[in-house]
Design a protein around this ligand. Sequence first.
Ligand SMILES: [Zn+2]
Length: 405
Amino acid sequence: MTRGLSDREQRVCSAIARREQAVIDDLALHVALPTGGGNRAAIDESRERLTSRTRALGATVDLRPGQSPPSWLHGAAHPHLPPLPVAVCRRDRGLGPAVLLAGHLDTVHDPLGPFQRLVIDGSRSRATGPGCVDMKGGLVIALAALEALEECGVALDWTMLLNADEETGSFQSSAVILHESQAVAQRPMGGVGIALEPASSDGGLVTQRSGSGQFVLVFTGIAAHVGRDFSRGVSAVNRLAEAVLRCAELSRPEDGAIVNIGPIQGGHATNVVPDHAQAWGNVRFSTTQQCQALCASLDLIARSVGGTCHVAVGRPAKPCTPDVERFALSVRTVSEALGLPLPFASTGGVCDGNLMQAAGLVTLDTLGVRGGGLHTTGEWIELDTLVRRCQLLAVSMMRAATGQA
Ligand SMILES: [Zn+2]
């Protein structure tokens, strides 16, 4: 008997506890699928395994085409391949508020690197593996939660989105995420968004995130032989350098405004005045107004030195609105009933939760699992909290879908 949970919620929690070994096996299976680096075979297999389980729960599954990202983005585009699709799994009984779950199949890990499998430590309290916490753990607890809810006869309306480009900015999947988030927010009974990102490092729930945008500064000059015609040349690299230093001065990290520049590229030989140079960068901001001011300043600086600037704001800022705070407090009540304290946190990191909330959907985005070492070859998951995090997710969904969140 867990104080603070209803009989029905406790039945769901028991159904989840019985699944513990199955969830760990499922995690090992998905961690062993190397979905980093745009590895389509593994991404397709991971998607198919997850979507077939949502089908078994009565969901319809649509594969929506992704969009091509801007051609100037650094490292995000696969120019010879079509954009990655987004799976939209929908179980809609038309009952009440709906829950939109968002998960990403991709990781940052090299699909051919040495970090390949889930390795469980001797005490079975922890495991390491590529993507185990970000976010394959989140994906497998979401499926286990949905299956336990169904087994216990708890009928909810939910949609699960599975994209595969979150780690490169979701430029291919953002239109689908925005569309589905708006659709849930505009239902007569509304709904909430939940992204399955891992908890913050202290196990906390992130209620506030910065926004993020990518940009490129492009400069052209006049090529000339360094020895014969140096004074006829115009160096694009010198223009770029001037702009880079001025852009860097825009950072005010204490106010949430960050401008980071790199990589940079320019010229092709030391004895030629370079006629082309460009630099890619990333801006972070805490409000829409700050974002607009930073973008305008980048553009002005580039133009004042004879260049151009392109910006793509992939993730708007995600403030802690009163509705988000209410939802977070409801989740905290559940977490404390399960014996897991849930501090609130804010971060400069971004995720698909930024997009969901920007579309008008009240969203919490760290309801996945707990662990650490994200994006490193030491990535680890707290196996001993896996069941409770799954229970937290399931009960939070129940309360949200019955208007108690
Ligand atoms: Zn993630």
